[in-house]
Design a protein. Sequence first.
Length: 352
Amino acid sequence: MSDVLSPLVPDSSEPKTRGRRPLKRWQKALIVLLSLVLIGGICGGASALLLIGRYEGKTHHEDILGPIAAPKDEQRWKSGPLDLLLLGSDSREGEPDEGRFGGQRSDTIMLVHLSKNLDRATIVSIPRDSYVYVPPAKGWNGGMNKLNAAFAFGGAPHAAKTITQLTGVKFDGAMIANFASIHKMVEAVDGVRVCIPYTVRSTFSDKVWEKGCHQLDGAAAEEFMRQRKAVPGGDFGRIHDQQLVVKAITEKVAAEGMLQNPLRLDELLVTAADALTIDRSLDLRELALVARDIRPANIKFATVPYTSASLKTHAGSAVKLDDAKAKEMFAAVRDDTIQEWLAAHPQKVPGS
C-alpha cells in the first residue's frame, strides 16, 4: 500500500465538481487526529497547547469506552505505546434514537496505534461488515453478526467492547465522528492531488476517475470517498480511497507549512471541530504533546486481512476475516511490532 500512498503535489488540471449531496457521519475524527499529530510535531510545545486549547473547547465529550475504560496508565502516556479507537457513525432512518449514539451504526472503524517512543503511528481499518462475535446487549442475546451492528445494539460503548474482544487491544482513549462533510476539510487545504491505481466510476453522477492522478476539490473528494459499488474491492476499495484522501490532506498540510500559518491553521481546525466527540478520559492537549515527534512519513495505513468479502450470513452479506492473519496483526499491535509485521506482510491494493 505504501506505493500508492506517495507524496502528493497540487495540480490544477482537474476541473472542480459542485452540487454533491453532503456526507452522513464520517471518519473526520481520523483527520482531526492527524492534524493534532502534525500540530504537535511542527508547531512545538507551547504553541501546540494554545492551539489545542482553542480547539478542544469546540468538541463534544461523551463516555465512549464505557465499562471497558481502564484507569489511565501514566507511564504509557509518557513513553508509549498508546492505542486509540476511532469510530465514524451513520444514523439509519427508521431506527430508534436514544441519545447521541442511539440508532446508529459505525460506518468507519479504525484502530490508531502510536508506537513506543511515540515516533510512529499506524492506522488499521477494520471492515464494518466483518462477521464477528457481538456480545449481548439490550434486545440482542449475543452471537455472530456484522461488526457495525454492535453500534446499533448498544451505542459506542458496546461497539468499543466488541472491538476490544475482537482485537485484544486495550484502548487508551477514543474518538467518534459526528455529522460533518469531508469536502470542507479538503477545501480548507485548497484541494488535494490523489493518485489511484484503478478506475473508479461514480454511482451518483457521470464522473469517472481514470487510473492515475487527479486534483480533487472538496465536493469531488467527498464523492470519490463515498464510492463502494463501482470501485474495485467494494468496501475495501472505499477504505483504500478514504486512506488516500486522508494521506493527501496530511502531506499537503505538512509540505505547504499550513500549520505555521495561524490563519490557515485556524480554518483547518475550526472546520473539523464540530465533527468530533471524544471520550471523557481523553485530553487533547496531552495527545498533541505525546504525538509531537510523529511525521507524516511515519504514519502507515492498513486494513485487517480477510478471506471473503461476500460471506452469506443471517445478517446478509458479510466480510470473513482471515482469522490467522488477523490474530497475528492484532498481536503485533499489542506487542508494538505492527509496522514490522506490515513490512513482512505487504498488503495488496483492492481489486489487484
